[in-house]
Ligand binder design. Structure first.
Ligand SMILES: [Ca+2]
Length: 176
């Protein structure tokens, strides 16, 4: 209910509302930083073939990669905007569907704000199951020091997929 007043303000605040809400059902154990089922993006982002109605896990939309799409629709944000306080561990969960044997992946990476500097963090979470929706869940330990201006990117990567791969219901949360 506390998000109600955001209904009267522009989109960026409603987005902030959804991503900053605490997961109270988990007993204050986790704070959701990002949650997306890709339902409300059509028309708000530049036309992107990765955003599709072909095979949703829930709702109407998911994101996909295939032989023509190397990287799925990507979440990009500054670490300092994602969380004003330092994060030690985050948990990424997402549902993935791989149509044919292969190895696609969900990637979380953090890039330095300094041009051409080495990457700060990189984790590839492989998708191995075939022919069924599978929940990925992985805890990621953040580097001890991260510049708040660093950029986090989360995306589905075709990598070695043998056919179309879909991702839906992605969530990133702070974990103890
Ligand atoms: Ca969806």
């Amino acid at each position: 209910m506390r998000c109600f007043y955001f209904l009267f303000v522009p989109l960026f605040l409603t987005a902030a509302c959804s991503k900053k809400s605490s997961d109270e059902t988990a007993g204050q154990q986790s704070q959701v930083l990002v949650r997306n089922g890709f339902e409300d993006l059509d028309g708000w982002v530049p036309n992107n073939p990765s955003l599709t109605k072909e095979k949703p896990h829930a709702g109407q939309y998911s994101v996909k990669v295939d032989q023509n799409i190397e990287y799925g629709l990507t979440y990009i944000n500054q670490i300092g905007r994602l969380s004003p306080t330092r994060i030690n561990k985050i948990r990424l969960t997402a549902w993935a569907y791989q149509e044919k044997p292969g190895k696609a992946a969900v990637v979380v990476q953090i890039n330095s704000p300094v041009p051409n500097a080495p990457g700060v963090f990189y984790q590839k979470i492989d998708i191995t199951e075939v022919g069924k929706w599978t929940k990925l869940s992985q805890v990621l330990t953040m580097p001890a020091v991260v510049d708040p201006a660093s950029e986090i990117r989360i995306y589905l990567w075709r990598h070695e997929a043998g056919g179309p791969v879909y991702m839906d219901d992605l969530e990133l949360s702070v974990t103890p």
